[in-house]
Design a binder for this molecule. Structure first.
Ligand code: AMP
Ligand code: ZN
Length: 113
């Protein structure tokens, strides 16, 4: 989708630190990390939100979560990790291309603010 920063990263038009890639999904390091380890897992294809993605391509949504949980397990080890999918204005979503945050390396509070 024109002008979408994550589509541009997926297409190789914008540099990013890509840590995983397959034919449907990539993972990149977040530009503004909120934890010692902060990656984003996103589909190559543009879907705005997790709601849109699960409606259009539920198997791709499952793939996204599989990659995210494997990355979290790798990086968080026995101490654990957090997966977050911000959705819409109240969910705090700022990039309208669905992505899963994978946060690890520190104890995180609950509930979020
Ligand atoms: P959200 O607020 O859930 O939509 O998350 C968007 C995330 O994308 C934020 O954590 C940003 O730091 C991150 N971000 C924005 N632009 C880039 C970029 N070019 N490369 C990597 N991460 C980015
Ligand atoms: Zn996009």
């Amino acid at each position: 989708m024109d002008g979408c920063i994550f589509c541009r990263i997926a297409a190789g038009q914008v540099p990013a630190n890509i840590i995983y890639r397959d034919d449907e999904v990539i993972a990149v390091e977040d530009l503004n990390p909120q934890a010692p380890s902060h990656a984003l897992v996103l589909p190559l294809a543009h879907h705005a939100t997790i709601v849109a993605l699960t409606r259009a391509k539920p198997t791709l949504a499952a793939r996204l979560m599989t990659v995210a949980s494997q990355l979290g397990a790798e990086r968080g080890g026995e101490r654990g990790f957090r997966l977050v999918v911000n959705t819409g204005e109240y969910g705090g979503q700022t990039v309208d291309h669905v992505h899963v945050h994978v946060l690890a390396g520190r104890r995180m509070s609950w509930p979020p603010g």
